[in-house]
Design a binder for this molecule. Sequence first.
Ligand SMILES: [Zn+2]
Length: 482
Amino acid sequence: MSSPSGDARHLPAQRGGVWEVVIGMEVHVQPRTRSKMFCGCAIGELGDAPNTHVCEVCLGLPGVLPVPNKAAVEACLKTALALGCEIPRHTKFDRKNYMYPDLPKGYQISQYDLPMSINGHLDVGGRKVRIRRVHLEEDTGKLIHAGDKLHKAWESYVDLNRAGVPLMEIVSEPDLRSADEARDYAIELRTLLRTIGASEAEMEKGQMRAEPNISIRREGSSELGVKTELKNINSFRALHRAILFEVERQKQLLEAGDTVVQETRGWSEAEQRTFSQRSKEFAEDYRYFPEPDIPPLELDRAWIEDLRRGLPELPAVRRARLVADHSLPHRDVAVIGADRELADLFDGAVAAGAPAKQVANWIVAEVAPSGKLPSAQNLAELVKLVSDGSITRDQAREVLVESVETGRTPAEIAAEHGHKQVSDESELRVLAEAVIDANPKAAADFRGGKKQAMQALMADLRKRAPQANPKVANELLLKLLG
Ligand SMILES: [Zn+2]
């Protein structure tokens, strides 16, 4: 998955050798649940009217009791299992105390020393990235600042629809070595989460946010440099750019004899740079203590094993199978293996008897870019119609669009449109002769050695007879011109 473009792994240093980049990632993911983490409020949609999904519990009113959401716990455990984590027998929730207007309780319920899972890994482009922990917590509300520059009147509002929405926090060890690897890690994680159904993980909807911590050190050194943490990055592109910028910033500081300050930084999309937000807090700043209103959970082993058995084929295994069983090229495997729906479509169409390579071609070239999926049966039928010469590829493209829209079978649609492919030489010879007569310049150019003139002739031929078998027609033109 990794590409060398923009890779900041090796930075030439003016003196003292080469810099090595060290990145760890914290990723916050919203598990797929209907309700919030500790109350029955609906998750709602982006753009819902402010403060319409709130209750006594998520508003932090006195005298209420939070109750953990089983679906969120299940999504977290499935994620942990898919990442090969150990699931301890006991886990508990803790209060992380801090004051901020978007946090009505004055603390966030999170997990501190007994997280839901520890010690997993995710393999990305041949590198094994260790996962330190996957735990559960709750999201905060959102501040909306509205202002009137003219009258110098500024007001801030708070929307608590997101307060109490479940979040999984997936923390890696500092095992990533470049911006490319960090981006590929986040993409692979999203594929995994979607495959197991733990989250939709749509970054543009705030369902997945990445927070890389970044430091650099001289290659060969085993000590870690001072790191900065970038907050709330919400696209793969921003993640990549922000890391490249931050690495360059740290390099310039250190080479000028300055020091890197441990701090939290934001990413400005408009200015394409990182900026200081606040000095880094440490765990002791939060006064963590066990959440007194939620007893520690004892995780039933039989339940864990049920969840483990229920996991679907994981993306890495699936990709290996696509290569081993069908010898698909890596480019196709990267597209098909990145999306469970595409991968299921591929398997389904092949199971329905269509040749694997052609199915992969159609998925990569037509289905994936359109984002609209036909049924596996219909795709298989379409591929067979093309490969047995019944219809042309151009006709098949139209048939595919119509089949996706209506759900009707490609054979029906092709018959209705009178689509067929004409391969009969005597029929096509008349057509080829007409094309040569109608395009004397292109014909002369071709005879004179300009091979690309054939394109114009073929284009005219396809216009006159879309049903012509292009291979036979091309051979006839060559024969007549040659
Ligand atoms: Zn609520």
